[in-house]
Ligand binder design. Structure first.
Ligand code: FMN
Length: 168
C-alpha cells in the first residue's frame, strides 16, 4: 500500500464539506441482518465500483456508525441503489437507532440481506477487506450477485440537497 508523509493543516471541516458537496452522487442503502435476523441498514452516498476482475465494490462508513459493526460481524451486505421516490427511506436509514425498517418493504437477497422493494439496483456482497481511513473505514465488498431495474430513475445528492435526473 502507498503511504505518504505529506502533511499540512488542510481546510477547516465546514469548507471541506461545502466544496466536496459539489461532487454529485447517487444514494444507497447498505443493508444487512443482526444476530437475531432483524434487518439493519444505513444510508450511504460514498459507494463506488472498484474492480471488474475480481468484482469488487466499496463504501465508506463513519467510525461512529452504530450499524457498521453489526454489518462487519455478519460479513455480508447488500447495496440498494435508491430510486427517485425513496427519499423517505433515505431519511429513515440515516437516523441512528430506532426501528429503521418499520415502514420499509423488503425481500431477502441471496445472502438473506434486505433487497428493498422498488430500488434501481441491488448488489449482494461479502466483506473482502476493511481499511482504516481517518474517521471512516473503506469497506471492500466482493460481489456475489446483482440486478437492476433499467426503467427506474435514481435519487441524487448534490450540495446537501436531494435531486432527480432531468433528461436533456
Ligand atoms: C444522503 C446521505 C448520505 C450519507 N452518506 C454516508 C456515508 O457515505 N457514510 C457514512 O458513514 N454515513 C453516511 N450518511 C450518514 C449515515 O446514514 C448515518 O450517519 C448513519 O446511518 C447513522 O446510523 P447508524 O448509527 O445506525 O449507523 C449519509 C446520510 C445521508 C442523508
Amino acid at each position: 500500500m502507498l503511504t505518504s508523509n505529506f502533511q499540512q493543516p488542510g481546510p477547516d471541516t465546514a469548507r471541506f464539506r461545502a466544496v466536496l458537496g459539489h461532487f454529485p452522487s447517487g444514494i444507497t442503502a447498505i443493508t444487512s441482518r443482526d444476530t437475531r435476523g432483524e434487518p439493519v441498514g444505513m444510508t450511504v452516498a460514498s459507494f463506488t465500483s472498484v474492480s471488474l476482475t475480481p468484482p469488487l465494490v466499496a463504501f465508506l462508513p463513519g467510525k461512529t456508525s452504530s450499524t457498521f459493526p453489526v454489518i462487519a460481524e455478519r460479513g455480508t451486505f447488500c447495496v440498494n441503489v435508491l430510486a427517485t421516490d425513496q427519499e423517505r427511506i433515505c431519511r429513515a436509514l440515516s437516523v441512528s437507532g430506532g426501528d429503521k425498517f418499520a415502514e420499509v418493504a423488503w425481500q431477502p437477497g441471496p445472502h438473506g440481506d434486505p433487497v428493498i422493494d422498488g430500488v434501481v439496483a441491488w448488489i449482494d456482497c461479502g466483506i473482502e477487506a476493511v481499511h482504516d481511513a481517518g474517521d471512516h473505514y473503506i469497506v471492500i465488498g466482493r460481489v456475489n450477485d446483482l440486478d437492476a431495474d433499467s426503467t427506474a430513475s435514481p435519487l441524487l445528492f448534490f450540495r446537501s440537497r436531494y435531486n432527480h435526473l432531468v433528461s436533456a
